[in-house]
Ligand binder design. Structure first.
Ligand SMILES: Nc1ncnc2c1ncn2[C@@H]1O[C@H](COP(=O)(O)OP(=O)(O)OP(=O)(O)O)[C@@H](O)[C@H]1O
Ligand SMILES: [Mg+2]
Length: 471
């Protein structure tokens, strides 16, 4: 049977008076004893409450509040087992957040729907209920004879309940314990509610500062994009002029190459011409950032642009004592692409590798086939790329080289060209060990498809200029 908090269990001031004087004196004595007990109890309750306030006052850690509260309340109420349960509002279920006492282990993780049981009644009535175990109580994961359930209510909202099970001294929970439990539950409820509020505010502040950061970031990106657009215009004009000068230079060198009988000088002129073609390719690559280039694509053996790039830089590698290792597989599928642009890609990667190695090292170039793709790697034994830079190396204008030594365009152009070829480029690196760039390009499975230039096979390759030639 339930017992309300207002029920009387002990003698109180104001009993029945007998006519006999002795009886009257006994009565007064009893009243005084009862009053002293009441004062002692009240004082004890105050002391326990202060102890709890001292331990959890100002605490913002929900787990710690619960842990300390159950221990203090177990002691204060003299309960064998004490559970602190929190209400999960969306599901309406109560779950044990902390437990103390003999059956604490068995209560761990215990959840219940507080429908008909004592706890449910206490929650619904918003009042404490002390009861002898009966209907509904067997839902507990351990045996108990007497229960005291006190809802934790904060500003009219139930946040959970305290459940005290079986007094150590035996017997049911009486009014003084019920009153004390109410005071303790109210204080713990308020402390928990504050902690929830602070956690919520902190989460809100974190979310706000994150969105603030994102906002700043997008503002900076916008500024950067604006600067880039202006720079693009300036660079575009300059590149146009450079292109004109290049045409003049290559025209004159072509004339020299045709008229010079010396074979060594003619070979040098051809190298100069190849270099000017390379510069032209680079210019087209840069211009490609603002508009698509109309470079001719053709079926080609990928070793061709690799060899062209090597021939341009081989002497530099020798002078810098960089050993070149070729690991080209034969019988690679052809690819559809631009000889000039791919040569540019390999030249950029080899130059970067050579810069990273300085004097001495090994440069390994490999070409292989994998799942219909052609896979090319450029690996060096250079300084490597620090982890904090690896995600930026393909960014436009990212460079670690001193002003005048690097523009930070090389890799972004490489990426752009490779992606225009329907491929991908990746990088792996370890500081002090070396760096490997891997390029994957789609191989052409059926060369005859390209006699009529099938766009369906390579939707990414936008520009085909007929006739398709096999280089
Ligand atoms: N093989 C490599 N080893 C170590 N670091 C590398 C390597 N390749 C690229 N990097 C790093 O990536 C950065 C960007 O390379 P990227 O080729 O885009 O520009 P850059 O070489 O600095 O200038 P440029 O535009 O003249 O090529 C380099 O400055 C360097 O820090
Ligand atoms: Mg570079």
């Amino acid at each position: 049977m339930g017992r309300g908090a207002g029920d009387q269990d002990t003698g109180t001031l104001g009993g029945c008076k007998s006519l006999d004087g002795q009886d009257g004196a006994d009565d007064r004595e009893q009243e005084i004893v009862a009053a002293v007990r009441e004062i002692e109890r009240a004082y004890g309750a105050q002391t326990l409450l202060y102890s709890l306030i001292e331990k959890i006052g100002g605490e913002v850690d929900v787990d710690r509040i619960c842990r300390v509260a159950v221990q203090e309340m177990e002691d204060a109420l003299g309960a064998s087992t004490l559970l602190l349960m929190l209400l999960d509002e969306p599901t309406g279920a109560l779950s044990v957040k902390a437990a103390s006492g003999v059956c604490a282990d068995r209560a761990e993780g215990f959840r219940l729907r507080p429908d008909a049981c004592v706890i449910g009644r206490a929650l619904r009535s918003l009042r404490p209920i002390a009861a002898r175990c009966g209907e509904g109580v067997e839902r507990l994961p351990f045996p108990a004879d007497y229960l005291l359930s006190v809802p934790m209510v904060v500003r009219g909202r139930t946040i959970g309940a305290i459940l005290a099970c079986d007094k150590k001294a035996g017997g049911e929970f009486l009014t003084p314990e019920i009153k004390l439990a109410c005071a303790l539950a109210a204080y713990v409820g308020a402390a928990l509610s504050n902690a929830f509020l602070i956690a919520h505010k902190e989460a809100q502040a974190a979310a706000l500062s994150k969105s603030d950061r994102l906002l700043r970031q997008s503002y900076e990106n916008l500024l950067q994009a604006d600067k880039m657009a202006t720079l693009g215009l300036i660079v575009g004009t300059a590149l146009h002029d450079v292109n004109n000068f290049l045409t003049t230079i290559s025209g004159h060198v072509q004339l020299l190459e045709m008229s010079d009988p010396d074979p060594h000088r003619r070979a040098s002129y051809r190298n100069v011409l190849r270099a000017t073609d390379g510069i032209r390719g680079l210019i087209q690559g840069i211009q490609g950032f603002s508009r698509k280039s109309a470079e001719a694509y053709a079926l080609l053996d990928v070793r061709r642009p690799l060899e062209e790039a090597i021939s341009l830089i081989e002497k530099f590698l020798t002078v810098n004592r960089i050993r070149l290792i070729r690991a080209f597989r034969t019988g690679l599928p052809p690819i559809m692409g631009s000889l000039n642009q791919l040569e540019q890609v390999f030249l950029n990667l080899i130059q970067n590798a050579a810069h990273a190695m300085g004097m001495g090292g090994a440069l390994t170039l490999s070409a292989d086939a994998e799942g219909g793709d052609v896979v090319l790697t450029v690996a060096d034994t250079g300084c490597g790329i620090p982890e904090e830079h690896i995600g930026q190396v393909f960014d436009v204008f990212f460079t670690t080289k001193p002003a005048g030594k690097g523009t930070g365009l090389g890799l972004s152009i490489c990426k752009r060209i490779v992606e225009e070829h329907g491929g991908s480029v990746g990088v792996e690196s370890e500081v002090g060990v070396g760096t490997r760039f891997t390029i994957r390009l789609p191989g052409v499975r059926n060369v005859s498809d390209f006699n009529g230039v099938s766009r369906a096979v390579y939707p990414d390759v936008k520009t085909f200029q007929s006739p398709v030639s096999f280089l």
